[in-house]
Design a protein. Structure first.
Length: 285
């Protein structure tokens, strides 16, 4: 009788999900891995402070749900497909992904605008007083080239999202496509005395980068909205007033320590803000 009663209790708990928790998969590039936070480490820049980990901890509070962080700095869509391939047939209640920026060439364009190669040379050839002399640069990619490289990503994104839903999402699960915040504040809001450059990037080029960022996010949103069980999480409004050249930036500028890869990625506060958006999106889904 006692064994039967215990089995009935366990069955009831299983039926209502009381002890199962929320199984969560975090896919994507450096914005998903946690690169930029104080604890990011390794080639992939993974951190327990990534937005996905923070959101899972809140959603799964008191549960024993699985959390798999396989996102990696520098990942492209092909790499995310490889991340999925390593999971066999495992399915999840929630999957989060940020990817597309590297495929669209946004990271390469940013590096060009900042003058990464010249910056490395400047680091090795400091002035006598030890100050770092930043190069004055301008973006060389045209608006047309930026737009074309972003638009070309659409079919591959659609295929990736469809694969996640079909093969790795639970029947009532949710795929959250998390977009990219604007790295720089609108130059019109820069503080008095800021001048015409922010972190070495001219105000004209900041405007171009913001337009390209909007185009990329709008693409992510458009593809997500076409598919069942997929939701786009847009960070742009939440990050307004917290980009570079704001009083309270949620993104790092150029950094040498603890790792240069952390440059121009959300810091701990930025990932906390992204986590809040993700939890809100799940509540609304």
């Amino acid at each position: 009788m006692l064994v039967s009663a215990l089995l009935l209790v366990l069955a009831a708990m299983s039926a209502c999900g009381g002890s199962e928790g929320t199984d969560w998969l975090a896919l994507g590039d450096s914005y998903s891995s946690g690169e930029g936070t104080r604890t990011s480490d390794g080639d992939c820049g993974r951190s327990d402070a990534t937005y996905a980990g923070l959101a899972h901890a809140e959603v799964d509070e008191g549960g024993d749900g699985r959390f798999d962080l396989v996102a990696c700095t520098g990942a492209r869509i092909d790499d995310v497909e490889a991340q999925l391939g390593a999971l066999d047939e495992r399915t999840y209640d929630v999957v989060t992904v940020t990817v597309g920026g590297n495929d669209a060439g946004y990271a390469a364009v940013l590096a060009d605008c900042i003058g990464v190669d010249e910056l490395r040379a400047a680091i090795l050839d400091r002035e006598a007083d030890g100050e770092l002399v930043l190069p004055l640069r301008a973006c060389t990619a045209t608006d047309e080239e930026l737009s074309a490289s972003i638009d070309a990503v659409e079919p591959r994104l659609r295929s990736l999202y469809e694969q996640v839903v079909a093969e790795h999402l639970a029947e009532d699960g949710r795929l959250l496509v998390v977009g990219y915040p604007h790295l720089f504040e609108d130059p019109a809001t820069w503080p008095a005395g800021q001048g015409a450059r922010c972190d070495g990037v001219s105000s004209d080029d900041v405007v171009r980068l913001r337009v390209a960022g909007d185009r990329l996010n709008d693409l992510l949103a458009r593809v997500a909205e076409d598919l069942d069980q997929v939701t786009f999480v847009d960070p742009r409004e939440a990050f307004a007033g917290h980009g570079r050249c704001s009083d309270e930036p949620w993104l790092n500028g150029f950094r040498l320590r603890p790792r240069p890869k952390a440059s121009f990625h959300p810091n701990d506060e930025g990932h906390q803000a992204l986590a809040r958006l993700v939890v809100d999106a799940l509540d609304a889904a």
